[in-house]
Design a protein around this ligand. Sequence first.
Ligand code: SF4
Ligand code: MG
Length: 321
Amino acid sequence: NEAILEVKGLKKFYDIHQGWFKENIKVKAVDDISFRVHKGETFGIVGESGCGKSTTGRTILRLDQPTEGQILFEGNDINLLPYEKMRKLRRKMQMVFQDPYASLNPKKTIKQILTEPLRVHNLYSKKERLEKAVEILEIVGLSSYHLERYPHEFSGGQRQRIGIAKAVILNPELIVADEPVSALDVSVQSQVINLLLQLQKKFHLTYIFISHDLGVVRHITDRVAVMYLGKIVELAETEQLFTDPKHPYTKALISAVPINHPDEKKERIVLSGDVPSPANPPSGCTFHPRCASCMEICKREKPPVISFDDGHTVACHLYTK
Ligand code: SF4
Ligand code: MG
């Protein structure tokens, strides 16, 4: 399996100033994560909000600077690339945002929105750019008749189609989609998911699909990383993860997904409390205050990463022998 992207020891820390004395506190939004994304696959990143999923996506695309670690895109360390090379590479890595309202400039027409990335990257003549815009608009299921319209004239689902068109028009290889359907009506969600799948086939795209919706993730991803408080606690092929989850956090998340087979039985594991603040993470295994299997060692020591077959890994003391 050829890796299109390799993330090694990625960290993203923020400083915040808190309390009476404006104490300087380090927030470890992403805390030493490593994974590979294979060419052509859909790689899921799941977890509750506040676990570092979006920061991971943004850091990979360099919308946020990493604090530490390496990001290799097709073997090139993107932190070391000179500006001009990075700019060329940017074309190959695009993002689809959760909120199409926020990611489309309300003052620009669809024509401007779609042709601008091509213009910024100095691609094609003006006439060709317009042709590209028409072509891509049709591919995402909208008529060229919409070109002179503004984002507010569209429904949420149509707007997300435009957001997707804007990402795809540059002919990228990797798309990071951060909760691309969470803001949409349930009835529209599957249409947009199907569009993403069609585009993946047509343009041989690799996706990093960030979502808290495990039903959708099971449907479309090939492999999944589960994040909790800035760390990957489990990573596996999707079916493996859903049929044989190892980490107590993964088990709880999966137990909350509605059952889709009548003979599938499962017990709902209720997660108590919210995700603790990454500014003040619990000691040892950061999941321990919410874990029903918590042992003494869990409060003191960070769990090591244990490997199973087929690249299935889990960070939990239950599996150390
Ligand atoms: Fe639970 Fe301990 Fe495993 Fe953490 S290391 S998930 S507290 S059993
Ligand atoms: Mg998020």
